[in-house]
Design a protein around this ligand. Structure first.
Ligand code: GLY
Length: 399
């Protein structure tokens, strides 16, 4: 595998490779065997229910051809089913199939399946190897890399109201290998593809500030390059998508290598990857919001909420005098060009949105933490941002 298709995530004894190319699932079994270097004979395949049959068949056949006895479990990729109940049922399935300590769990699908199966792998027998095989752009460039696993909690308040607290229970559990077969992106619809572009644009907005161990910027041109090629990504130009995934994984890998467990709360570290997400988390569970103003398209996907969040974070930064208004406008133009409607219809009042932002798990001591772009390519974390700046962020979605 050349360095064009391989990115190393450098985490001492938890280091691993991310392979990026078309057709990798055909050799999944060999890659798993080579990575784990064991004579293990069992493999647990957690499958995203939305995957085309031929993708599942390919992965399954490759594991069997390599000599694995495969136990399969299908998971529904919905935020409601990203739950402790589903993790519990996976743990029972693992025990029922007599899965042993060195036997791998292979997660095949989008971010939800990767998070749930990864969490089950972290918990089962206090940890078995997990191989992440992301099949969406979002999970290739973000969710599958970095070891965050977990589920949502359905929280009930004293009045009996329920809310979904995103990613509130989980574990850091680094994969043994990530295998990103960009051929699987061919089956994605436009909304799913543009949702992945949200995280790519996010990486572009912070990549100039991310350094390699030798202190070189990882990819300072990523934002401009991404913006320039959006049409080709959306028409599924595979070689270009492979380059997109590889460059984004390199940015994510460098951030994670510098701050694996998000402990660098000062100047940023892994927390920078939350750019746009504090705004996004306040709107993505609102069932009435639609990215096109057509109620049939409600609710927003996570990536669409992040796209709106990037616009809001840029506007907040502009109102604080930390970003040129022209840059903030450019971000909005790119997001609008991806088909997201402005104004965002049915957006609640700002005060209600600020209350929802406080439900984010990144809140510290009751104070909001916001990541803002400070010039194109660099970001900063700010604590307790002025309410006017947060309001300016939301107001950018109202016009
Ligand atoms: N998706 C943000 C992170 O991995 O830290």
């Amino acid at each position: 595998m050349t360095s064009d298709t391989l990115v190393r995530v450098d985490l001492a004894e938890r280091s691993y490779d991310v392979l990026v190319a078309s057709g990798l699932l055909d050799d999944l079994g060999t890659h798993v065997q080579h990575t784990l270097n064991t004579t293990t004979a069992r493999c647990f395949l957690a499958i995203d229910d939305g995957l085309p049959d031929n993708t599942v068949a390919k992965a399954n056949a490759s594991l069997r051809d390599a000599g694995y006895t495969v136990t399969r479990s299908r998971l529904r990729a919905s935020e409601r089913e990203k739950s402790l109940d589903v993790v519990g049922s996976l743990l029972h399935d693992l025990a029922a199939s007599r899965h042993e300590r060195r036997d791998p769990v292979v997660a095949l699908g989008g971010g939800i399946v990767g998070d749930v199966a990864g969490f089950a792998a972290a918990a089962y027998r206090r940890g078995v190897p997990v191989i992440q095989c992301p099949t969406t752009l979002l999970s290739m460039v973000d969710a599958s890399v970095g070891g965050k696993t977990g589920v949502n909690l359905l929280v009930r308040d004293g009045a009996g109201n329920e809310r979904l607290a995103k990613n509130m229970a989980g574990a850091f559990w680094q994969p043994a290998l990530v295998l990103a077969d960009v051929g699987t992106l061919r089956s994605l619809d436009d909304r799913t593809l543009r949702s992945g572009l949200a995280e790519c644009l996010k990486h572009g907005m912070l990549s100039a500030g991310v350094r390699t161990p030798t202190n070189d910027p990882v990819d300072p041109d990523l934002f401009d390059w991404t913006a320039e090629h959006i049409d080709r990504f959306m028409s599924c130009d595979e070689p270009l998508l492979a380059e997109l995934v590889r460059r984004n994984v390199a940015v994510k890998a460098a951030v994670v290598a510098g701050d694996e467990r998000e402990r660098n709360t000062g100047s940023g570290g892994r927390a920078l990857l939350n750019l746009g997400h504090t705004f996004a988390h306040a709107i993505e569970t609102l069932q009435e919001l639609s990215p096109t103003s057509n109620p049939d398209d409600s609710p927003l996907t996570h990536g669409e909420a992040v796209l709106y969040g990037l616009v809001a974070a840029s506007a907040a930064a502009a109102s604080l005098g930390r970003l040129d208004a022209a840059h903030a406008d450019r971000v909005k133009q790119i997001v609008a060009g991806l088909g997201l409607a402005f104004p965002l219809a049915s957006l609640p009042e700002t005060d209600a949105l600020i209350v929802r932002m406080h439900d984010d798990k990144k809140v510290a001591a009751g104070k909001l933490r916001l990541v803002i772009p400070v010039g194109m390519g660099s970001c900063e974390v700010i604590d307790a941002p002025p309410p006017d700046a947060v309001a300016a962020g939301w107001n950018a979605l109202r016009v």
